[in-house]
Design a protein around this ligand. Structure first.
Ligand code: MG
Length: 200
């Protein structure tokens, strides 16, 4: 059973709250780095081309960068949280000089999932609270239908990348489809520019 999720309404983006920040929520496996089945070894971490540069461009445009990752391999007993942390550390090393504002992961077994597990929006709401985020100005980039569903449930604009599982997720209904992370960044920067023009 999937957790019950409540759809949040997207607020108009033309009246941004000066005290809150737009964010780009980032799936990890298959979006930022090569998909390997249940990555548990830092040696398997291989980021996609253009990821550090893209993250820096988003940061420059004012976005907080939050990784939102289901890690059911922990709940299934395939690897430990300590092993997960080594992978997280290696990813952070490879994306330098870019830096994530925070990384959220959900260890839940899919059959015993809480609302934190995507497509639930628990991790998004934690990030919103921790970083004072304006979800109405924010985006979610992911390679799976559950990423798109999660972003949609949280009232975010969504981009499906065709890396990872993305090319096979034909039932997903994202706002945009991008070839890869670098193209997703271009879409967000264009939207950001258009919104600034509209509100100028
Ligand atoms: Mg993924």
């Amino acid at each position: 059973m999937l957790p019950h999720v409540q759809r949040l309404e997207r607020r108009p983006s033309t009246y941004p709250d000066a005290m809150s920040f737009p964010a780009v929520f980032l799936d990890r496996d298959g979006t930022l780095m090569r998909e390997v089945n249940y990555c548990s070894d830092p040696k398997q971490v291989e980021i996609f081309p253009g990821v550090p540069e893209g993250l820096l461009q988003l940061k420059e445009a004012g976005y907080k960068l939050l990784v939102i990752s289901n890690q059911a391999g922990i709940g299934r007993g395939y690897f430990s949280e300590a092993q997960y942390r080594l992978v997280e550390t290696e990813l952070a090393r490879q994306v330098q000089p870019a830096v994530f504002d925070a990384v959220y992961f959900c260890p839940d077994h899919p059959e015993r999932a809480t609302a934190r597990r995507k497509p639930g929006i628990g991790m998004i709401l934690e990030a919103q609270r921790d970083h004072n985020l304006d979800l109405g100005r924010s985006f979610f980039i992911g390679d799976k239908a559950i990423d798109i569903e999660c972003g949609h449930n949280a009232g975010l604009r969504t981009i499906l990348v065709r890396t990872g599982y993305g090319a096979k997720e034909s039932h997903a209904r994202p706002d945009w489809i991008a070839e890869d992370f670098a193209e997703a960044v271009k879409i967000i920067l264009k939207e950001t520019g258009d919104e600034r023009d509209q509100s100028a």
